[in-house]
Design a protein around this ligand. Structure first.
Ligand code: ASP
Ligand code: MG
Length: 408
């Protein structure tokens, strides 16, 4: 008998019949003898609909009330799922994040989980009940207010709850079959990956793969809880995300992110303190900077380029322009017609020449590289947005991912 934490995403509980389908899966699992905790997202597009509704009602910011509003979405789903499970003759009870003991910091709209005290969850499990917990929400013990964890936060709830309960596995059920070698909408020959390490998954998620929230992977890694990603619409195999994989891959997968903006400050005086003068205020504004490239174009003068998520572009531009005039730089350039392409694989650590292969392939494909960054298991290139599909397809082929991703 295991303790299983399952998470069902918004599409999986999108309407009444899908909720009953999920209930049947959960009930079957419980009847097989496992203890089951289920984390649910809000049904379908509920969260987006609530956001739109609030914008119609008020143009102003209401962080506290916004969290009261958005947490209602998950609350609807959890209650309906508990009813459907009970109808199958299996005892079930639903809890809000707060009732489940999910304690967060005080930040509305993007709270961090600080601790989980799942007393009521444990009691209900001990009583033989299936426990449904509303995803994406908690409560701040400091302010006593309800908080949300940020978009897609139910994955984090699931992994954190699995860690807190000492669960054997955290299963994330979604509308795709697992983690793929590349986005199948771009690369037709993309394949489901059988096993991927936490580190590879973190890199892929940060590089734009959207199937799992990076914060969930971090919880899994930190507390040693394996994560299984699979479809809620079929019983086919999914992807295991865990500490160590059987096979090491030189390139496990390719990800792309077209939602980045590149900002260049031209003609910056080349002296100590200019980078700090730019990146300190960006940090204060909460802008997350991804790639940074600085190159000396003529003596005494340098260009600094960096990329930010597109939603931070306006703030970043304002900061860059203020910095440029403060230090006497020549000007600021902003472009969003870029994409970041990344190859990820832990075998890169020991295999020389992987980056060189990537650059050669892109060159032969006629794709110009604008910026490059690497980690020990990732190589990323910024390229023109219009080249992304071609570049992805060519790299997928070049690194042998077109064959069977699982090496069978
Ligand atoms: N319902 C929330 C969202 O759409 C949380 C989640 O689905 O994980 O972002
Ligand atoms: Mg959702």
């Amino acid at each position: 008998m295991s303790l299983v934490v399952q998470k069902y995403g918004g599409t999986s509980v999108g309407d009444a019949s899908r909720i009953r389908d999920v209930a049947a899966r959960v009930a079957a699992r419980r009847k097989s003898g496992d203890d089951v905790v289920v984390i649910v997202s809000a049904m379908g597009d509920t969260t987006d609909d609530l956001l739109r509704l609030s914008a119609e009602v008020s143009p102003n910011e209401h962080p506290r009330e916004m969290d009261m509003l958005l947490t209602a979405g998950e609350r609807v789903a959890m209650a309906l799922l508990a009813m459907a499970i009970q109808d199958l003759g299996v005892e079930a009870v639903s809890f809000t994040g707060s009732q489940a003991g999910i304690l967060t910091d005080t930040t509305h709209g993007g709270a961090k989980i600080q601790d989980i005290r799942p007393f009521r969850v444990r009691e209900a499990l001990d009583a033989g009940q299936v426990v449904i917990v509303a995803g994406f929400q908690g409560v701040s013990p400091d302010t006593k207010e309800v908080t949300t964890l940020g978009r897609g936060g139910s994955d984090a709830t699931a992994a954190a709850m699995a860690a807190a309960l000492g669960g054997d596995v955290c299963e994330i059920y979604t509308d795709v079959d697992g983690v793929f070698t590349a986005d199948p909408r771009v690369v037709e020959s993309a394949r489901r990956i059988d096993e991927i390490s936490f580190d590879e998954m973190l890199e892929l998620a940060a590089a734009g793969a959207r199937v799992l929230m990076p914060r969930a992977v971090e919880f899994g890694k930190r507390f040693g809880v394996p994560i299984y990603v699979a479809s809620s619409f079929n019983d086919g195999p999914g992807t295991w995300v865990k500490e160590k994989t059987m096979e090491q891959a030189i390139v496990r997968g390719i990800a792309h992110d077209s939602a980045a903006t590149k900002i260049t400050v031209h003609g910056v005086p080349d002296r100590p303190g200019v980078a700090a003068a730019l990146f300190e205020p960006l940090a204060v504004e909460g802008v997350s900077v991804d790639m940074i490239v600085q190159n000396v174009s003529q003596s005494g003068i340098t260009d600094i380029s960096f990329t930010v998520p597109r939603e931070h572009a306006d703030v970043a531009r304002t900061v860059a322009e203020a910095m440029a005039s403060e230090v006497g730089a020549l000007g600021v350039d902003v472009t969003s017609k870029i994409a970041r392409l990344s190859i990820v694989g832990s075998g890169m650590r020991t295999e020389p020449g992987v980056a060189a292969t990537m650059f050669r392939e892109l060159a032969d494909e006629g794709v110009n590289i604008d910026m490059i960054s690497t980690s020990s298991i990732r190589v990323s290139c910024v390229i023109d947005e219009s080249d992304v599909d071609r570049a992805m397809q060519c790299l997928h082929r070049a690194f042998g991912l077109d064959g069977d991703a699982n090496g069978e």
